[in-house]
Design a protein around this ligand. Structure first.
Ligand code: UDP
Length: 414
């Protein structure tokens, strides 16, 4: 019933020229005593959103260094994903908690998946709250357990976190992006490890300016006019409506500006389509607003092309766990403006490697600054890219996980 995900293969050595020999050697040394360890990644979806994005790179690299890794996706129907989406929103601070029936649904699907889960793992890495109860239900199925939280739980709905806490607090190891996200009452060892992107994946590999504009042109962009882009799921926290409002302010001063909202629909996000339609309605038929999603053939290369070609990249979130789209954007060396929330300030130093904004007006003002001064944009972009190279590429992330696996291994043998 749990679906294994096929991830293809990647080779750590290919990253040496980008990340440096020292890091690659450190990884190999850490991996040596872990060779042959059986590692399970358990998540809610193999498509859409940051978790899937990360696992398509991390899993092949873990295999490449000698671990036996599988990624499995839990079984769930609409009623389950409706409940978990609500839980996700409540954990990020939305006022509605799950109803008693929805908590039951969450518990029931976790029980079902726990029963079906095959045991014998050295490490089970459980991603996010959807499958979080598995550890409590079947602790015997893995020797070591890690709960990986990808969302911002700094100001959760109190009722929701209290109800979830008994299921997550006893994981021997947990991993959060930043210290602020760790809920009170976590037992076990808490690790702070931000995620990372794969510089060699089609979404992030170097595209020539010609190739990038050639792709954008095919989606109706006039490549000779300025373009502002936001890439993200259609989700209220990502604030695409605010991006449209900011674009309108920019357009008053620069009528030639265009906007692209590029968004993927995730299979575990039933709200996505409603909000997609709301975004289209907000655009009001403006021919210079291009709203695209993965059902219009916008895949990884196209996201890369939009990020590489745009004059300004925006992630105007009002909540953001980490924001892989931010990392991806600045890796392209383009000027970036992001909401001053969640994981975004971790990636952007305001005024140095991009801009952090708190409102539609300041987003528009910063976009105008950049559009009017290309040299400014270039300088911001260059510094941003260096910051990503040092801190947010997958080999560093792999190293941090291997350290946690080693700790689990040594605590098991004590
Ligand atoms: N994404 C994509 N196509 C889109 C929109 C988003 O491939 O049209 C990807 C995006 O490039 C990023 C991930 O989905 O890798 C979103 O991760 P992020 O951490 O930004 O946000 P989340 O969706 O997990 O809240």
């Amino acid at each position: 019933m749990l679906q294994p995900v096929a991830v293809g293969s990647k080779t750590l050595a290919d990253y040496t020229h980008i990340c440096g020999r020292d890091l690659i050697e450190e990884i190999r040394a850490l991996a040596e005593p872990l060779k042959g360890a059986r590692v399970l990644h358990l998540s809610a979806t193999a498509f859409g959103g940051g978790v899937a994005e990360i696992l398509y790179t991390l899993v092949p690299l873990m295999k490449d260094v000698g671990l036996e890794v599988e990624w499995q996706v839990i079984y769930g129907r609409e009623e389950f994903f409706n409940a978990t989406k609500l839980m996700h929103n409540a954990l990020q601070g939305a006022p509605d908690d799950l109803t008693e029936a929805q908590w039951d649904t969450w518990q029931r699907y976790n029980e079902m998946n726990s029963r079906e889960l095959v045991g014998g793992w050295d490490v089970a890495l459980v991603h996010d709250p959807q499958p979080a109860a598995v550890f409590q239900l079947v602790p015997e199925k893995a020797k070591g357990w890690i709960w990986r939280c990808h969302i911002d739980v700094s100001t959760p709905n109190p009722a929701t976190i209290q109800r979830l806490l008994p299921y997550i607090k006893d994981y021997p190891q947990s991993v959060f992006h930043v210290p602020d996200y760790v809920p009170e009452g976590m037992g076990g060892t808490v690790n702070i490890v931000p995620p990372a992107i794969d510089p060699l994946a089609p979404k992030n590999m170097a595209l020539s300016p010609d190739d990038a504009s050639y792709v954008c042109q095919q989606f109706g962009i006039d490549v000779d006019r300025p373009l502002i882009t936001q890439v993200s799921r259609f989700d209220p926290w990502k604030d695409p409506l605010g991006v449209i409002d900011a674009y309108r302010i920019v357009k008053e001063e620069l009528p030639e500006v265009q906007l692209a909202l590029v968004g993927s629909m995730a299979s575990d996000d039933p709200e996505g389509w409603d909000f997609f339609n709301a975004t289209i309605a907000h655009a009001g038929g403006d021919p210079d607003i291009h709203i695209l999603n993965n059902f219009n053939n916008v895949g990884a290369i196209e996201v890369n092309a939009f990020q590489s070609h745009s004059d300004v990249l925006v992630q105007k979130s009002t909540r953001e766990g980490f924001g892989l789209t931010v990392t991806e954007a600045i890796w392209k060396g383009r000027p970036f403006i992001g909401g001053n929330v969640g994981g975004i300030p971790l990636q952007i130093e305001n005024g140095i490697s991009g801009y952090l904004v708190d409102s539609v007006d300041s987003c528009a003002a910063r976009a105008l600054d950049i559009l009017k001064d290309p040299a400014l944009g270039k300088a911001l972009g260059r510094r941003g890219k260096e910051h990503v190279r040092k801190n947010f590429l997958t080999p560093r992330y792999l190293r941090d996980y291997l350290k946690i696996f080693s700790e689990l291994q040594s605590s098991n043998s004590r």
